[in-house]
Design a protein around this ligand. Structure first.
Ligand SMILES: [Zn+2]
Length: 273
């Protein structure tokens, strides 16, 4: 019963947010509404493409050319939600550090950040509104519509509520991997202080984990030693075993060793996520 409750809580926490990865997943159903959708996205490139026009600490503004009308540009916005929380989680992940593990690798961080941070998006074109994407992204389970919510469901144009966004936003998302260097620079410009702080925190935790691992190895060795050396040869001083006493008389496998293992599992776990 508690498990069920836990699952429900987890679900309710998860549903009020959407990352670019989530929106892309929802967008996969778009061809059931518009079978030639991908061709229409590609047309944007032929007509004039898109450009990043402005960034601040939580918004990226793009101008995206219409796929059909000459000299017509739409405004697309990606609004990043809870940037610092996401950065903290990612900086603590050692996979995103440089090979020598001295610091976080900004480029690796940038590419993971852009896929996993929660976003709210907007396009000023008529389709993003009238095909129902404002409504769909505004649903509580995504909460991914930037600016005011749209409460009118697309009863006529998209009654099954396929997809998540118009072709302009799709073009922006398709282009994002090419902006990886810009994202890394942006993170450095607006969040270098936080990144440095989380990095130090990660190093500190790693220090604790390493010290714990050393201690654990020491204890395991000292617990093993007497069994391996029945001849009673002198132990190294670091083994902590007094000469002449066996393991069973001297030290029981203590709970503290188990505790230490637990702590290590937790700390290493946080690095290996
Ligand atoms: Zn649009």
């Amino acid at each position: 019963m508690m498990d069920g409750l836990f699952e429900r809580i987890k679900e309710s926490v998860k549903i009020c947010e959407a990352s670019i990865r989530d929106l892309k997943r929802k967008q996969r159903t778009i061809s059931w509404l518009y079978p030639t959708f991908q061709d229409r996205v590609n047309k944007i490139g032929d007509m004039g493409g898109l450009r990043l026009t402005n960034t601040d600490d939580d918004n990226w503004d793009f101008k995206v050319h219409s796929g059909t009308k000459k000299d017509t540009w739409y405004d697309c916005v990606i609004h990043f939600v809870n940037v610092k929380d996401t950065l903290k989680k990612l900086v603590m992940n050692r996979r995103l550090w440089t090979i020598n593990k001295e610091r976080v690798d900004l480029r690796k961080l940038a590419s993971e950040f852009v896929e996993t941070v929660n976003v709210q998006t907007f396009c000023s074109c008529p389709s993003d509104l009238y095909s129902g994407f404002h409504y769909i992204r505004g649903l509580p389970r995504y909460d991914a519509k930037y600016t005011n919510p749209e409460h009118r469901p697309p009863k006529k144009r998209n009654p099954r509520q396929y997809g998540a966004q118009c072709k302009h936003l799709s073009a922006v998302m398709k282009a994002l991997p090419f902006y990886n260097t810009a994202i890394a620079k942006w993170l450095n410009q607006f969040y270098s202080k936080e990144i440095a702080e989380y990095q130090e925190l990660a190093k500190k935790e790693l220090g604790v984990a390493k010290a714990g691992a050393k201690e654990l190895t020491k204890r395991m060795e000292s617990e093993k030693k007497p069994m391996e050396r029945p001849d009673g040869r002198p132990e190294r001083p670091s083994s902590g075993i007094r000469r002449g006493k066996t393991h069973l008389e001297d030290e029981k496998p203590t709970e503290t060793t188990e505790d230490l293992r637990d702590t290590l599992r937790k700390v290493w776990g946080s690095f290996n996520k």
